[in-house]
Design a protein around this ligand. Sequence first.
Ligand SMILES: C[S@@+](CC[C@H](N)C(=O)[O-])C[C@H]1O[C@@H](n2cnc3c(N)ncnc32)[C@H](O)[C@@H]1O
Length: 192
Amino acid sequence: MENGVIQVPKTYTRIIEESDVLGFGQSCDRKTGFLLKGLAASKPGGSFLELGTGTGASASWIMDGMDEDSNLTTVDIDSAVQSIARKYLGNDSRITFCCEDGAAFIQNLSEGFDFIFADTWPGKFELLDKTLDHLNIGGFYVIHDVFPQQKLPEGYKIKATKLLKTLQDRSDLDITELDWATGLVLAVKTAV
Ligand SMILES: C[S@@+](CC[C@H](N)C(=O)[O-])C[C@H]1O[C@@H](n2cnc3c(N)ncnc32)[C@H](O)[C@@H]1O
């Protein structure tokens, strides 16, 4: 993959450059993005949700995979960070930005989604059941940073291990653990 096989969205490169200037180091890596793009491409006309926009790195990959009839709603509590995503992705009518606490956003949800990338505390370590209530049958719930890594705080690692067990124990999900990038989990909703 290091030999140029991954086609990187132009916006991803620009976003990472500007994130570096801002000192934002939480963007997804290329391999995670590449997988998100492939998964997104499997949901034509899909309704996508991202919890934790950051500066828009993961959204740039998801949008690269989405078709013209799909839409992405992305949520972040930090307007300064999210403004970079707005700058590079905001001219695409398929994306809607929400700048608010993810917990409040989840509590107010009424619609279902075909794809949820949960990349912040709410939707992952908080309000998991409520979030999964809004995943359509056949829909994907995706998380990354599941494997223990040096850069992650100890508290996060413990939470990630517990989350994985919680997901595995649910009878309404089919779980695939992916030894790819920082460790991803792909959960597919199989029952209401
Ligand atoms: C891991 S970063 C997201 C990175 C992004 N998905 C990417 O890969 O490019 C997590 C984001 O969650 C946001 N965040 C933290 N607490 C939040 C909350 N309670 N509600 C919504 N967003 C929150 C942070 O501002 C940060 O941008």
